[in-house]
Ligand binder design. Structure first.
Ligand code: ADP
Length: 641
């Protein structure tokens, strides 16, 4: 701690040590011999003392693995062994580049405080110089050192001093300095001995450091292993984010923290987890989808590296959330590969490179765990959807199966019905024809005509049945021919008017078709057939003398045609089924029928691109409605009938 060049005479190099001097020349006389023996004895005693000092210090050095306790214990031993009054052990702090006082003896707390850390490259501080050069120093008058020491501590400086480097393997890790306040000087031999002590202590302290570092690494490893286990057993994105954030806050000793997740567009952030944030801030953040341009987030995401703000109070971009003032902040991007999936915001100052390194590892682990949780939740979502779809399909299939079974049953019923339906007119025809042909009976012309008209009516019935069977099989084969043209509904009704009159002769048939009804795009004959069928049903199922009304209106781009009656109506639960082939609501009501009429109507209407359904309240009659497309072009909408 002084101008070393100027006072070089006061400093003795450790290597010009005492050992060589001590074993000088051979004895020449008895007196010489005596003196020689005496010297050798003294020398041996000194050696023995030195060895015992070294042994004690070596024992001390092996007594602890905690560096500062070790340094202090060894220093105490050195002070005693060298008859010194003050001393200190300095070690080099690689992170700061300072020499740090690891143990002290006989120094006032103020002195210790003031010289706790000496810059390694300090030009005047002797401990720093010894650490740099690796050469031990014997200082015989330290008064000259006072220029390097603050005035208030000058009185504490020793008058005599020894400084040796602490050597560990191939490097110098610090210095050991001892001193005496009295004028009693140290010898060059003391310096040699202290140099060896410096090596002993250096290795011991290095070992303690290695041990501490190993322990630290074990701690880091178990922290990360524990975190990995907890992330692995987390369920869902939220729990994963919470575990990651909590671990990060614990690692960097953050006072507050938040974990934001980037959405699929990677432009919007959502709060994934929060740690010790004010309730008001949490509420605000939860209600927000923060654009990436908020605060420092975009910068963090783009740079994809840790951003640290030491004074966040002067950085307006850190103060974006109401109710919270960040004092210091660090932002860690969470990334899988090169993709940033979220950002950790921690109110903390990172204390060391080591913490930074672990934080990065934590970020990587968290990102992978969050991605995995996301993937699982997506898969779960699909699996749920799939399950629902399978359930719906199963239900559909069950319904279809029930319908198929029902259709099968109806078909059997139909077969017996149709044979009956066919046989009845056939029997009548055959009966009346045979009667007429009887040779032994002469029928008068009136009776003959009556019989022939019965034969004609029954033939018609037979023909109707056969054409129904043909239609239904054409429909099933998809070859029912429909020739659509633009035509008016009145025209179609007109075409079947005489037939309708016959069908509804016991009822009161009314037709209400507005004059301005648009033309429809239809097959006249087929739609005439539908109308006849519906009127026939109305006449069959509604009591005589009640009204049967055909009406029509335009609704959007369609014409709705309805046939209503005043019969018993159709219960709502059967309204879809009556359009099924062979279905008859009450097959035992004695009314003739095959259950094919409405199925054919539906087939014809649908082939036109329309729809057919039944309305009405039970007990108040039925209203059968079907739609037909309005004809486009010159004869289309708005042209009337
Ligand atoms: P069906 O030859 O039995 O009349 P449809 O296919 O024409 O066959 O009709 C199917 C069933 O729908 C009928 O058996 C009947 O139960 C019911 N139905 C049809 N039209 C009417 C109506 N206007 N009023 C009451 N029930 C009807």
């Amino acid at each position: 701690m002084a101008d070393s060049g100027a006072r070089k005479d006061h400093l003795t190099n450790a290597l010009s040590g005492p050992a060589q001097e001590a074993v000088k020349g051979e004895p020449h006389s008895a007196l010489d011999l005596d003196a020689g023996v005496h010297r050798q004895k003294a020398e041996l005693e000194k050696r023995a003392r030195e060895l015992s000092i070294l042994l004690r210090i070596a024992q001390m050095a092996a007594s602890s693995l905690e560096s500062s306790a070790l340094a202090q214990a060894v220093l105490n031993e050195v002070i005693q062994a060298f008859d010194a009054e003050v001393g200190a052990i300095f070690v080099r702090d690689d992170e700061t580049g300072f020499l740090r006082m690891l143990g002290d003896f006989g120094l006032s707390p103020g002195f210790v405080q003031a010289f706790q850390a000496i810059p390694f490259d300090h030009p005047n501080a002797l401990p720093a110089r010894v650490a740099r050069t690796g050469e031990s120093l014997l200082v015989e008058d330290t008064a000259y050192l006072s220029s390097a020491v603050l005035p208030e501590f000058r009185a504490e400086l020793p008058r005599m001093g020894l400084i040796a480097p602490l050597r560990a393997r191939n490097s110098i890790i610090g210095t050991l300095a001892i001193g005496r306040l009295s004028d009693h000087p140290f010898t060059a031999q003391d310096l040699s001995l202290l140099t060896i002590v410096g090596q002993l202590i250096g290795v011991a302290i290095e070992n303690a450091y290695l041990f501490a570092r190993t322990q630290q690494q074990v701690q880091e490893l178990s922290f990360l292993v524990d975190l990995s286990a907890r992330l692995n057993s987390a369920y869902g994105i939220e729990e994963t984010a919470e575990i990651a954030l909590e671990a990060a806050c614990a690692l960097v000793k953050a006072t507050q923290g938040a974990l934001f997740l980037l959405d699929a567009s990677r432009q919007v952030l959502q709060l994934g987890a929060h740690y010790h944030l004010p309730a008001q801030t949490v509420k605000w953040l939860q209600s927000q989808r923060l654009p990436l341009t908020t605060g420092l987030f975009q910068q963090v995401a783009e740079q994809a590296r840790l951003v640290e703000i030491s004074d966040a109070t002067t950085e307006p971009r850190c103060q974006y959330a109401p109710g919270r003032t960040l004092r210091e902040a660090c932002y860690l991007p969470l990334q899988t590969g090169s993709r940033v999936i979220g950002i950790l915001e921690l109110e903390a100052r990172l204390q060391s490179e080591r913490v930074r390194r672990i934080l990065y590892t934590l970020g990587d682990m968290a990102a992978v765990a969050i991605e995995r949780a996301r993937l699982i939740s997506t898969l779960q979502h699909y699996a749920d959807g799939l399950e629902a779809q399978v359930a719906a399909r199963t239900e559909d299939l069950q319904r279809a199966l029930a319908r198929a079974q029902e259709a099968d049953r109806l078909k059997s019923v139909f077969l017996s019905t149709i044979s009956h339906e066919l046989r009845t007119p056939l029997a009548a025809i055959k009966g009346f024809a045979s009667t007429l042909l009887q040779e032994d009976v002469e029928w008068d012309p009136t009776t003959q005509r009556e019989f022939l008209s019965i034969i004609e009516r029954e033939s018609d019935q037979l023909e109707r049945l056969i054409s129904q069977l043909l239609d239904i099989s054409r429909l099933e084969a998809g070859i029912l021919n429909i020739e659509q043209v633009a035509c008016s509904l009145s025209e179609i009704v007109q075409g079947v008017a005489s037939r309708l009159k016959v069908i509804a002769r016991a009822h009161e048939l009314q037709v209400h078709i507005p004059l301005d009804l648009p033309l429809v795009y239809a097959d006249r004959q087929r739609i005439g057939q539908v109308l006849s069928n519906l009127v026939e049903n109305a006449a069959k199922y509604a009591p005589p003398h009640t009204a049967i009304v055909i009406s029509a209106s335009a609704v959007e781009d369609q014409v709705q045609v309805s046939v209503s009656d005043q019969g018993a109506g159709i219960p709502p639960e059967l309204r879809e089924r009556i359009f099924d082939r062979f279905f008859r609501a009450d097959p035992r009501d004695g009314r003739p029928g095959t259950g094919l009429g409405l199925a054919i109507c539906q087939g014809i209407v649908e082939a036109h691109g329309g729809r057919i359904w039944v309305e009405g309240k039970p007990g108040q009659g039925s209203v059968f409605v079907f739609t037909l497309p309005i004809a486009q072009g010159p004869n289309g909408r708005g042209e009337g009938n």
